[in-house]
Design a protein around this ligand. Structure first.
Ligand SMILES: [Zn+2]
Length: 464
């Protein structure tokens, strides 16, 4: 289907999206002190589930202000949200400026660095937890980078998610984990705030005072929030300095509309090789989060999303951003404060990384059907339980009674299996001297609470 046809079919929705984008941009420019109307043209390509937003003359973000990524990504979330409300499944949103991508205007600065070749075995990761305090110019007032509409401050929440993810990557993936921000509760002398609340920029400044190329990329900027732009770059610059094998950035998302919610994972559109990692992470997050009681319908996107974040672009290694949930939506904000959600979401991130790193596919835990069996009286037969998926051991096997023709004579069983390489099996025995049948209901549940749908089979105890 051609682009024009697609847009024609959805003309009404497209016109609504164009009005929405234009008014968001006008508000954004107004906040920066510019009164200007910029035309917006939107094209849909439904076969690719993508949307192209083309801004007319009068709007071209630059390196100062980090190419407006903190404005454009929320705009992309809105447009996706409104498109989906109109029944248009849109995943990726590309922004053009007078018909051209930003790379055409800033070819040097926006070039994706040559990627390091992937080692046979990975040994280290950088876990970068969102933002933190920055110093504004010229007031030198210290401010958190993100608004907290429901009182939940991303800048201080995400490091706790980082602690959880660090422990999981160390234990389950066996990597050395570096952190982009300090976790110390000592006071940062300049601001008198705890080090753990400071942005990475200041942590790296303290660690590497000489390396201004790492944390002070805009010394001549006149932008009040220039240190925010420096902070966005400082984190992947640090990843490059460390030479880590993967960089995982943890955020919670924010939006003007409280309706927008759910988990998202982003890779950089100029680094499509990072998409399989991002897809594996969103898939495993879905498995782990939805396995928890109360979270069975938690919104999680079908696949990862393209983005244009500096945080993903600058690293020479696979780099993804995990937006665990929206701190601006009440249900998501409640989840973000729930240790069960925190643990499950971070287990999902680690598992998604580990499956990708070891060449495995994220797939649901599912039992293979079990055939009915006959067992001679006063004997026993082994039943092998085979399954698809990637359960976390130890795995518990539960064999429950669905139907027993001699109530009291069918005994359920529960066994724990610790060794992933050993078969999962149980003995179906007929200890009685009288024939009978039992219908068993078999299920397995892994250490993270992920369970396979139960399968049933019939065991008949027969005279030999
Ligand atoms: Zn963030």
């Amino acid at each position: 289907m051609s682009v024009a046809e697609d847009s024609g079919m959805y003309a009404e929705a497209v016109a609504m999206l164009e009005r929405e984008a234009a008014s968001q941009l006008m508000r954004h420019l107004q906040e920066k002190g510019t009164l200007r109307q910029v035309s917006v043209d939107i094209r849909l390509q439904m076969d690719k589930r993508s949307m192209t937003v083309n801004f007319g003359p009068g709007y071209l973000p630059g390196p100062e202000g980090s190419y407006d990524e903190l404005f454009l990504h929320p705009m992309a979330s809105s447009l996706r949200f409104f498109a989906e409300k109109s029944g248009l499944e849109v995943n990726d949103i590309n922004f053009l400026f007078e018909g051209k991508p930003l790379e055409d205007y800033y070819p040097d600065d926006l070039a994706v660095p040559v990627q390091s070749s992937r080692k046979k075995t990975s040994s280290s990761a950088l876990v970068s937890s969102s933002h933190g305090y920055i110093s504004l110019h010229p007031s030198r007032e210290w401010k958190f980078q993100r608004p907290a509409p429901l009182g939940l401050q991303e800048d201080t929440l995400s490091p706790v998610y980082g602690d959880e993810l660090q422990a999981l990557i160390e234990q389950r993936s066996g990597l050395t984990v570096h952190r982009a921000r300090s976790r110390s509760t000592d006071l940062h002398p300049e601001s008198n705030m705890p080090w753990e609340h400071m942005s990475s920029r200041y942590h790296l400044k303290a660690l590497f005072p000489e390396r201004t190329d790492m944390w002070n990329e805009f010394p001549n900027s006149t932008d009040s929030a220039r240190e925010k732009d420096e902070d966005i770059r400082a984190r992947p610059n640090y990843a490059n300095h460390l030479g880590v094998d993967v960089m995982i950035s943890l955020h919670s998302n924010g939006h003007d509309s409280a309706d927008v919610r759910g988990a998202e994972v982003y890779y950089h559109r100029e680094k499509p090789q990072d998409k399989p990692l991002a897809d594996s992470i969103i898939c495993s997050m879905r498995e782990l989060i939805r396995a928890q009681p109360g979270y069975g319908a938690f919104p999680i996107r079908e696949s990862s999303n393209q983005g244009a974040h500096g945080e993903n672009r600058i690293g020479k290694m696979p780099s993804v951003i995990v937006e665990t949930a929206y701190h601006s939506n009440p249900d998501d904000a409640a989840a973000l404060q729930d240790p069960i959600f925190r643990s499950a979401s971070m287990k999902g991130v680690e598992k998604g990384y580990r499956l990708w790193a070891t060449g495995k596919t994220c797939e649901p835990l599912a039992l293979q059907p079990l055939p009915d069996i006959e067992v001679p009286l006063q004997s026993s037969r082994d039943v092998n339980v085979t399954f698809a998926g990637n359960p976390q051991f130890p795995v518990v096997l539960e064999v429950g009674v669905a139907d027993c023709d001699r109530p009291g004579f069918c005994t359920p069983l529960k066994t724990t299996f610790n060794d992933p390489s050993a078969p999962v099996m149980f003995g179906a025995s007929c200890s009685s001297t009288r024939p009978g049948t039992v219908r068993w209901k078999v299920l397995i549940r892994d250490a993270d609470g992920v369970a396979a749908a139960p399968v049933e089979f019939t065991q008949a105890c027969v005279r030999s």
